[in-house]
Ligand binder design. Structure first.
Ligand SMILES: [Zn+2]
Length: 139
């Protein structure tokens, strides 16, 4: 079984979204609708992103895997590593749209005095992720 097959077999509600890309329920948090994006880059790397913010290390721990399991056997050379963007623009836009929606919900909660300090920290993280996406798109 390939690495991607091992990862997908450990997840629930796996659904393909594009060639080499899937969404599934994140095993690291209570996840009823899939919020984990999985991408097989085709060059031996596997990318995981939980839109709820779980660190990849937590996701891997639940799956019984290590970061090295997401990397190719042989290291990529510097040129080979830059050739291809790991996420397509649509995936990046979907991530930004998710974060903007979460920030809008937090803003509505804040307006009703329902935002807790930990939620405010999460909003700052979501905004930082959007800035990262912009950097990613402009590199
Ligand atoms: Zn998660």
């Amino acid at each position: 079984m390939s690495k991607i097959d091992v990862i997908l077999a450990g997840l629930e509600k796996v659904r393909p979204t594009a060639p080499g890309e899937w969404v599934a329920c994140c095993p690291a948090h209570e996840d009823r609708s899939p919020s984990l994006a999985i991408k097989d880059t085709g060059d031996g790397r596997i990318l995981l992103h939980c839109f709820a913010g779980c660190p990849v290390e937590h996701i891997l721990a639940v799956l019984g895997l290590k970061l090295a399991d997401l990397m190719p056997e042989k290291r990529l050379g510097p040129v080979e590593g830059l050739k291809r963007l790991p996420w397509n623009p649509r995936t990046v836009l979907e991530a930004v749209a998710f974060n903007v929606t979460a920030i809008a919900i937090a803003a509505a909660d804040m307006a009703h005095g329902k935002l807790e300090p930990k939620d405010a920290d999460r909003v700052i993280d979501l905004a930082a992720e959007i800035l990262e996406a912009v950097k990613y798109a402009t590199r």
